[in-house]
Design a binder for this molecule. Structure first.
Ligand code: PLP
Length: 297
């Protein structure tokens, strides 16, 4: 483990040997049990908001979302009400799912009919009550920038470069909305930032990112030839995940496997991988793998 020069760094950097190569991993997964990984960074401004300044957080999205669980944990700590809107829930969630954990942390779940959902979400930010804050799906919001810039600062101030003569000039982190990768690339123009889409394709990811900021050239979107659907079980991702876990670090089963696959196939330099957290969602994903008969454990 590398000692950080700057004691104010929130997470450490570890060396990680994988696929016959050496990588480094910034362990943002260890920041907090629920508020993990990039959700911690993206919600940083809210984490630093005094509890008396807000009374309620409203958000919306999927019931397995890592952002949902992070917000539930945050509101629980701050004593804020957390209202979360979703489309009707069809599947029964396990007791160890993100959903069950979010409920136990006090989340108030509201289901909306499919045909009402879109319009309701579109009007969420109109006529908000005082001291109420809306976090858009997955935390895709300009308010995420400050926390990701803090992460960038920690990378610059780590002594990774001093210990590593050639210097590490490449970073990697997986994308959902692309908010984290985008703000990281903007904050660190001297680094390459590799990412890969997990929701939709490269064009869709670029569209999402462009809604926030102009996408810089040092952001490199790696694409697979094969098309994968979001959060769908794939045997090859599971096998890769097992290999990652065996190497000593647990990654999430939704976002991480595809990026690791792309990195192994399409890069060859030493890379600092920013762990994006999300391992609390692994129980639900494992159920889906079992249900599909892809794993028997
Ligand atoms: C939310 C999430 C992402 C995607 O982050 P974006 O900023 O939306 O691109 C990646 N990995 C994990 C584990 C996540 O929970």
């Amino acid at each position: 483990m590398f000692q950080q020069k700057n004691n104010s760094s929130l997470s450490c950097i570890e060396k990680f040997l994988f696929g016959g190569r050496s990588f480094y991993v910034k362990r943002d997964d260890l920041l907090d049990p629920y508020l993990s990984g990039n959700k911690y960074r993206k919600l940083y401004a809210l984490i630093n908001t005094r509890s008396e300044n807000l009374t309620k957080i409203i958000s919306y999205g999927g019931t397995q979302s890592n952002a949902m669980l992070s917000l539930a944990a945050l509101c629980n700590k701050k004593g804020w009400i957390f209202e979360y809107y979703t489309k009707p829930l069809h599947i029964k969630e396990n007791s160890d799912s993100n959903y069950a954990q979010a409920l136990s942390l006090g989340m108030s779940h509201k289901e909306l009919d499919d045909d009402l959902y879109r319009d309701f979400i579109a009007t969420l930010t109109l006529n908000l009550e005082e001291k109420t804050f809306v976090v858009h799906q997955g935390g895709a919001d300009k308010s995420s920038r400050a926390g990701v810039e803090e992460l960038a600062k920690e990378i610059l101030e780590s002594d990774l470069h001093a210990k590593h003569p050639a210097g590490i000039r490449s970073l990697a982190t997986p994308s959902g909305t692309g908010t984290t990768a985008l703000y990281l690339a903007l904050a660190l123009p001297e680094y390459k930032v590799y990412t890969t889409p997990t929701i939709g394709d490269k064009a869709y990811l670029l569209e999402q990112m462009s809604a926030l900021e102009k996408v810089p050239n040092n952001l490199i979107i790696l694409e697979s030839e094969k098309k994968y659907h979001f959060a769908k079980p794939y045997k090859e991702f599971f096998d890769l995940h097992v290999r990652l876990v065996e190497t000593g670090i647990v990654f999430d089963l939704v976002y991480a496997p595809k990026l690791w696959k792309m990195l192994l196939e399409q890069t060859d330099e030493e890379i600092l991988y920013i762990h994006s957290g999300g391992t609390t969602g692994n129980a639900s994903m494992l159920e889906r793998y079992k249900y599909k008969g892809l794993v028997s454990i």
